[in-house]
Design a protein around this ligand. Structure first.
Ligand SMILES: [Zn+2]
Length: 256
């Protein structure tokens, strides 16, 4: 029975370690999650800036085309002026020329303003895009680190769990079934009884049961939490080093 108990405890140690490593793996992606969210926000912002810039550039090109056309029609108006055969035609051509000139001056001013603003905005957008690229690269580096850690943890799980199947094969079917059920329901299945108290649920076990445990002939179950219980001192083949054992034993005596 003692062998079975030892196997159960070894299995429990392995399972606890594997569980802990799996929990670590689960928390790792969270570390880059915030950075990823920030990056997505930045990308969206810079995307809007870039779209606005493109729009303004399109508008500028349209205005430049219009300006060219206005220069053309100014030329035509001047030709008309030269060809005018009477005062009425001359007046009309002159008015047209004046109107075209004003329109050209106004549009020219607008375009110059936009060109100036575009210079600044373009520099800003380019700088923001460079910032985003930096964040992207930092995140990629972090992600690679996280991936490497996950791979290392998976390898550790492999190593830790190496003897697990063998251990399970050594366990009696009934005990194994109880172990699995308890491990699933309670997190872990086997608990020591110290100073008459089950460490699984921190409840005193009945004195009679504690006496049965002292014989170490059977695997008993805690009446409160249902875990398989045992007396720690029965598992030690050789006496524990004096330094560790003495205070625990003396304090135990004092309490009970
Ligand atoms: Zn208990």
């Amino acid at each position: 029975m003692k062998d079975q108990l030892l196997f159960l405890l070894q299995l429990q140690t392995i399972d606890a370690k594997v569980k802990e490593l799996e929990a670590q793996i689960k928390t790792l992606p969270e570390k880059t999650e915030a950075a990823r969210r920030d990056l997505a926000k930045l990308e969206a912002m810079v995307g809007v800036e870039r779209a606005r810039l493109t729009e303004t550039e399109t508008w500028k090109r349209q205005q430049e085309t219009l300006l060219e056309r206005e220069h053309d029609s100014l030329k035509q108006a001047k030709t008309k002026l030269n060809a005018s055969r009477n005062g009425k035609e001359f007046e009309a051509a002159n008015r047209e020329i004046e109107a075209k000139k004003r329109s050209i001056i106004d549009r020219d001013k607008e375009v110059k303003k936009v060109v100036e603003a575009l210079g600044q905005t373009t520099a800003q957008v380019v700088a923001h895009e460079a910032d985003v690229e930096n964040v992207r690269q930092t995140l990629a580096t972090e992600q690679a680190t996280v991936d490497a850690k996950i791979a290392a943890l998976r390898a550790e799980i492999e190593t830790v769990g190496a003897g697990r199947a063998e251990l399970r094969a050594k366990l009696e079917a009934g005990l194994l079934k109880t172990y699995d059920t308890l491990a699933q329901k309670k997190g872990y299945a086997v608990a020591p009884v110290e100073k008459g108290v089950c460490r699984g649920c921190h409840t005193a076990v009945p004195p009679q049961l504690n006496n049965i445990l002292a014989r170490g002939e059977s695997v008993e179950v805690c009446p409160r939490c249902g875990r398989m219980i045992y007396r720690q001192e029965l598992l030690a083949d050789k006496p524990a080093p004096a330094g560790d054992a003495a205070p625990a034993a003396s304090s135990g005596d004092a309490v009970s």
